[in-house]
Write a protein that binds this ligand. Structure first.
Ligand code: RRO
Length: 308
């Protein structure tokens, strides 16, 4: 079955891809994504300068999901600007994830990265793991100003990676921000920030930074991810493409994201846990499920969730 999808006019050979942060920091990792069955190469969120990230242990997987406080380890935007043209040979979209510590950082990075011609830019407003730095996406005013500035320097499609919102009022406010910023797509959701996982045996935290607090991912966040995909799908009446992220472990999870309104799906925790073979498995599971249910393509069931 053809699992391809189109987002903001860009064709993806399959609707499954890595989430920013998962196996996508180094040239080797990005090229391995290029050779894999991922439908895109999404980079690690990049900052002005290269960063080693937070002290280890900073990622912990467990049966229900994962907790991380990576702290934005990345090569710095200049390195990615040099790498991106060479990644295009893999024949799939390259998505540059842009972060920063100030509004000016985002604008500087976006301007230069845009010139290296990724197929899309994803603006990360939702890193939960920098000590003392609140998640930008929880401040609508700063988010709007920042996005409007970035929009002015970006000519490729611009998307926004948002944190999870747990109240419809917050989703409505952010939908207004997104509308006013001219974003071309949304990626929903980043990890559920500042969770805490405890090891009762050792009576301690499982990651070191920030006293053990970190972003939650994997199966346990699926309902929050689906709720945000669905809420924004409705707020934009299906007219703004959404990449669903959160809790994708099986082809059925992908299907649920599609039903809620996603045009494509990113895989984070399960990619880190299972490796690059996950895209073949998920693709097969999704194709089998769609065939069994009589849906001709992923887009045929997009947003088609029935309400009781
Ligand atoms: O690097 C991280 O700690 C990180 C980032 Br930038 C992000 O956006 N989401 C996340 O869970 N971890």
């Amino acid at each position: 079955m053809d699992l391809s999808t189109t987002i903001a006019g860009v064709r993806f050979p399959t609707c499954l891809m890595n989430a920013a942060g998962a196996l996508c920091v180094t040239r080797e990792e990005l090229e391995a994504l290029g050779r894999s069955s991922s439908g895109a190469i999404v980079t690690k969120s990049m900052t002005l300068e290269a960063r080693a990230g937070n002290p280890e242990p900073r990622y912990h997987g467990f049966p229900g999901g994962s907790i991380n406080s990576m702290g934005l380890p990345n090569l710095g935007y200049r390195a990615y600007a040099e790498l991106i043209p060479g990644l295009r040979k893999f024949g799939k979209p390259v998505v540059a994830s842009v972060a920063g510590f100030s509004e000016d950082d985002f604008v500087t990075i976006a301007r230069v990265i845009n010139q290296s011609q990724p197929d899309l830019i994803e603006v990360n407003l939702s890193c939960p793991n920098i000590p003392g730095e609140p998640q930008i996406g929880y401040d609508p005013e700063i988010s709007e100003r920042l996005l409007q500035r970035v929009r002015k320097v970006v000519t490729v499609p611009m998307g926004v990676k948002l944190p999870p919102y747990l109240d419809p009022a917050h989703q409505q406010t952010m939908a207004r921000v997104i509308r006013n910023s001219g974003a071309d797509f949304l990626s929903l959701i980043n990890s559920v920030g500042n969770g805490l996982v405890v090891d009762p045996q050792r009576e301690c935290t499982v990651i070191k930074p920030k006293g053990g607090f970190g972003g939650l991912g994997g199966a346990l966040i699926k309902p929050v991810a689906l709720a945000n995909v669905r809420a924004f799908w409705k707020l934009f009446e299906g007219r703004l493409p959404i990449i669903g992220t959160g809790g994708v472990v099986t082809g059925t999870d992908v299907f649920e994201h599609l039903l809620c309104g996603a045009s494509a799906v990113q895989v984070g925790t399960t990619l880190v846990e299972d490796g690059l073979g996950v895209f073949d498995r998920l693709g097969k599971e999704l194709a089998d499920l769609l065939t069994r249910k009589g849906h001709p393509s992923p887009s045929a069931c997009r947003g088609a969730l029935k309400e009781l």
